[in-house]
Ligand binder design. Structure first.
Ligand code: FDA
Length: 389
């Protein structure tokens, strides 16, 4: 196929641009994907032993308040009425998250009204009043008071960063939500749910057009295959959703990421923990949380007497690890500015998605930003010859 546009990466950013180009503009699209499957980190597959849908790169819950994105995604899948809720185990007792009146009353063995709880937390948060927070501990205490911070946030965040919070910058958190009612819905968005037939069916529906050709196990930087950077850039418009620093051969330094190791276990019980996500707040337990994927789809007929759980361990990413969460250190921010300047010079390449812009994006944000890039840059380029990037 003679392509009109090449898209590197088949996550939601690349998929959205591909779908719009093929279905809206009638273009021929070539998608390159390094992995052996499409969908980026949202990819899921059925566990061979139980049939339970496993989110291979970590739990993916769809939620959005963006009407345009909601309308767009509903063309490709319907959504279940799953409502995400999270619990946390602290010293062998289970509390609802995010911190709400239920958490507060259980923790303080009390029956505070919303106003009483607000007054208590304000008083506890005043402990360091008038002092600029020097580290994450000070910041946490100044936001929600020492007792709640130390129980639910301190050691959990320490595990996420593999660093004692007294050595973490205050800037890691800007707010810690506390709800003074019993609402423990995790997301505040207007819409949420999981794709009824799974992520892979949704993803496949987006590229169900003969004008979209996909080459998996094809690395854009591998010059032993014909669809590489040197062969394509400058000759055809390219949408690049791989790592920004890799595109420029790390010339400004490596951008740092955190990754997650998943430890998957099959158990001979129907239900291990009664809910999809259980956080472990304390430092003695070295994983951050346990996911039990069967709870994402209570409407499905999964087998009795068997379940799958995934323990998550957080750590800094090395070269060969999956980059999951940008660290955004001072050095990263300096390098990012330099890379952005370089990206501006690449007039035939549109950088997008979470790796291509070095920022954490939820799925609805990746899709929303791709729709905007399509409308503002890609479509005007192909319709009227406007600059591509
Ligand atoms: P994404 O990373 O999905 O895709 C990029 C693709 O480019 C990958 O497939 C990669 O293999 C490919 N690629 C990279 N380099 C390449 C090269 N050189 N050549 C060819 N291909 C290359 N969001 C949400 O809304 N709810 C949630 O619950 C979660 N949960 C969650 C958990 C974890 C652990 C993570 C890391 C992320 C989430 N997300 C999420 C975020 C969600 O995964 C994210 O929004 C989308 O993956 C973003 O899509 P992108 O297309 O930007 O990147």
């Amino acid at each position: 196929m003679e392509a009109d546009i090449v898209i590197v990466g088949t996550g939601f950013f690349g998929l959205t641009i591909a779908e719009r180009c093929a279905n809206e503009l009638g273009l021929k699209v070539l998608m390159l994907e390094k992995r052996n499957h499409i969908g980026g980190n949202a990819y899921s597959e059925a566990d061979p032993e139980t049939g339970i849908e496993i989110h291979k790169y970590g739990a993916h819950l769809f939620h959005t308040s963006n009407e345009k994105v909601w309308k767009y995604v509903n063309q490709f899948t319907s959504f279940t009425n799953y409502v995400h809720k999270v619990y946390t185990n602290h010293k062998g007792e289970v509390f609802p998250m995010p911190i709400n009146l239920g958490t507060i009353n259980q923790f303080f063995r009390a029956a505070y009204t919303p106003d009483e709880a607000k007054a208590l937390i304000a008083e506890q948060a005043g402990e360091l009043a008038g002092k600029d927070p020097e580290n994450l501990n000070d910041k946490g205490i100044s936001l929600i008071g020492r007792p709640l911070y130390e129980a639910f946030i301190k050691e959990y965040t320490g595990k996420q960063w593999q660093t004692d919070p007294k050595n973490l910058p205050a800037s890691i958190i800007s707010r810690l939500p506390v709800r003074y009612n019993y609402d423990n819905r995790y997301f505040n968005d207007t819409y949420e749910g999981l794709p009824t037939n799974g992520y892979t069916a949704w993803i496949n529906a987006m590229v169900d057009n003969p004008n979209i050709e996909i080459k998996t196990e094809t690395d854009f930087f591998d010059e032993s295959q014909p669809y590489n950077k040197a062969a394509l850039v400058g000759k055809i418009p390219v949408v690049y959703t791989g790592p920004l620093d890799r595109y420029f051969d790390y010339s400004e330094g490596k951008l740092s990421w955190r990754t997650i190791d998943f430890e998957t276990e099959h158990l001979e019980v129907t239900d291990f923990q009664g809910t999809s996500v259980m956080n472990y707040a304390d430092a003695e337990i070295n994983y951050t949380r346990i996911i039990e994927p069967r709870h994402f789809h209570p409407e499905r007929e999964y087998p009795e007497g068997k379940t799958v759980i995934m323990r998550e361990f957080s750590r800094f990413a090395n070269e060969d690890d999956e980059p999951y969460y940008p660290i955004n250190s001072d050095d990263d921010r300096t390098a990012l500015l330099a890379y952005r300047e370089k990206a501006k010079q690449e007039t035939d390449v549109l950088f997008g998605g979470r790796l291509g812009t070095y920022q954490y994006l939820d799925m609805h944000m990746a899709i929303g930003s791709a729709l905007t890039a399509f409308e503002n840059l890609v479509a005007p380029h192909f319709r009227d010859g406007a600059p591509f990037a």
